[in-house]
Design a protein around this ligand. Structure first.
Ligand code: NA7
Length: 540
């Protein structure tokens, strides 16, 4: 019996911010487009990361959201300045209904294979449900933080208690009451989860490999006047968001931290510390991320806050980070350092007491066993490239992406890869992705992809592909910008250092205004850097 095959103009992988908007836009062109996602709900990252304490770690509320529709802005009430995961998920569900997206989204439908067929100029997809799909275009909105990193710790499968990864948190409530909980990892997820778990559990052991800088989020409800003002000024705010480095409506500072006296700096940092949020790092001085001496002034300020907050001096010392602040993702916390003053919380410093193995009963470090009822893995993601490499699409000549990216990953514009015609990525490597307002970045990339597909179809083109070699130039540009900053020097998930065996390459384009300007110029020039093939026009 012949297998059923669905014929699409565009297949989209991922039902998060990027994939849902891509669907909306491609439908607007009159295309037959459909989204596939492994998750049980729309929301992408916000569907998987249901761990306690999960919140937006970007200037939140009215800015971390879709910006394209004034009506949507008017209709949705963000409750807090740093929305929690249920709020963001509720918003994305609302968007799915509001724009009637669900009828073209298949959930619990993981894409298990993607191959480009040169004879038809189409992508062939295998879906875990058994469905086969053929599509001219493939839009991979697979998520920059979606390939969970399950650590390679001996014995992990042996643990007899409950075990959860923050990035694959179960849908049903997890009950910590009366339990001895261990958490491995103190990145953004761990730091957000630790205070919440500590309040509920009998005992919490935190296994820390690297201390982190964290800034108080000082999350608070939005007042009605602010909400109204945001709506009224939305067109102007949006214009500002499109122009700034981070995609926020806040101006980028230009002054050097070294131009101020220590007292002036201290006063400015203190003001931002009390206000909460990332402004302390990105709204104070212009050289904090490029000048080590300037950066150290903020490091010293935050370290002093940690010393003053954590009562036990030995624990405080172990919590002090020693790398440039911001070069690992800067964390917004709620009572993280205060949590170490609780009697039921213990810090295990893995730098001098490493994990030997996981046993049936708990975690065994060099100094002994920590008996646990539950183990939480807050061990992060194979970030930015991980989800594309796990999909591992096969391009021209059947070449797998993992082969094309074996030495280094390379893209053109962070959106396409030579040898992979008609494939587009949202939040791909070498785009602004995780160091930009992610919903806004997804919107802008999806709009570029929509325009490119429209141009291709208008011209009767069957396939468009980045020309070999343009990726090398693009990679140099991305690296040159990064090398003017402190980011590439630190071991982090930005640099790939968190994944054993992953090569070190900085994956973010750090000049968003320059990036989006370049996208516009490429389009205006008729898609410079791309080669096209006329349509073969195979029937069926
Ligand atoms: P992160 O920021 O990568 O944090 C992962 C944490 O897990 C970090 O503290 C790691 O230590 C630690 N880790 C990873 N593997 C191990 C092993 N094998 N042993 C001990 N400790 C380990 O991921 P998050 O999920 O917290 O945050 C990612 C983003 O998600 C975040 O930016 C938000 O935007 C949402 P390390 O620092 O590598 O030494």
């Amino acid at each position: 019996m012949a297998e059923a095959q669905r014929h699409l103009d565009a297949a989209i992988i991922g039902a998060g911010f990027g994939g849902m908007y891509a669907l909306h836009l491609l439908r607007g062109l009159g295309l037959k487009a459909h989204v596939y996602d492994d998750a049980s709900s729309v929301g992408g990252t916000w569907s998987w990361n249901r761990y306690p304490g999960a919140r937006v770690d970007f200037p939140g509320g009215p800015y971390y959201c879709y910006t394209f529709s004034q009506e949507l802005v008017n209709e949705w009430d963000w409750p807090e300045t740093q929305p929690d995961q249920p709020s963001v998920l509720a918003y994305l569900n609302y968007v799915a209904d509001r724009f009637d997206l669900r009828r073209d989204i298949d959930l619990r439908a993981r894409v298990t294979g993607a191959r480009y067929d040169e004879s038809t100029q189409r992508w062939q997809l295998d879906i875990a449900t058994g469905e086969r799909v053929s599509a001219q275009f493939l839009v991979c909105a697979t998520g920059a933080l979606s390939a969970a990193n399950r650590p390679n710790i001996p014995g992990l499968d042996r643990f007899a208690g409950e075990c959860y990864h923050t990035g694959k948190w179960p849908q049903q409530p997890v009950d910590f009451a009366g339990k001895r909980v261990g958490i491995i990892g103190t990145g953004s997820s761990g730091v957000q989860a630790i205070p919440v778990i500590a309040r509920a559990a009998a005992q919490l052991s935190v296994f820390q490999r690297t201390p982190q800088y964290a800034i108080p989020a000082r999350n608070r409800p939005f007042d009605a006047a602010f909400r109204q003002q945001t709506r009224e000024q939305w067109p102007q705010l949006r214009t500002m968001m499109l122009e700034t480095l981070a995609g926020t409506p806040f101006p980028t500072p230009t002054r050097s931290a070294l131009d101020d006296s220590p007292q002036q700096r201290e006063a400015l940092y203190e003001e931002h510390w009390q206000r909460g949020g990332l402004g302390i790092a990105f709204g104070t001085y212009g050289d904090l991320m490029s000048n080590a001496e300037a950066n150290e002034t903020l490091c010293a300020f935050v370290r002093e806050k940690i010393r003053r907050t954590v009562r036990d001096p030995d624990t405080a010392r172990r919590l002090l980070p020693n790398y440039p602040i911001g070069t690992k993702r800067l964390i917004l916390d709620e009572d993280y350092f205060e949590t170490y003053n609780r009697a039921n919380v213990t810090l295990v410093d893995l730098r001098d007491d490493p994990i030997v193995e996981i046993t049936e009963r708990g975690v065994r470090t060099e100094r002994g066993e920590h008996p646990l009822d539950m183990l939480v893995l807050a061990t992060g993601f194979d970030a930015i490239t991980g989800s594309m490499l796990r999909l591992n699409p096969r391009g021209r000549g059947g070449r797998p992406l993992a082969d094309a990216w074996a030495g280094r990953f390379s893209t053109y514009l962070g959106l396409t890869v030579p040898g992979f015609p008609n494939l587009f990525m949202i939040h791909g490597p070498e785009s602004p992705s995780v160091l930009y307002n992610m919903p806004l970045g997804a919107e802008r990339q999806a709009e570029w992809i929509r325009d490119c597909i429209a141009a291709v179809r208008d011209r009767g083109v069957g396939a468009i592909e980045a020309t070999p070699g343009v990726d090398a130039d693009w990679g140099r540009t991305v690296a040159e910008i990064a090398d003017q900053t402190l980011f590439p020097r630190t071991d982090s998930w930005y640099t790939g250092a968190n994944i054993p065996g992953k090569h070190r390459q900085f994956p973010v384009h750090l000049d968003a205004p320059g990036y989006f300007g370049r996208l516009r110029r490429v389009a205006d020039a008729g898609y410079s850097g791309f080669s096209v093939e006329p349509s073969i026009d195979v029937p069926g």
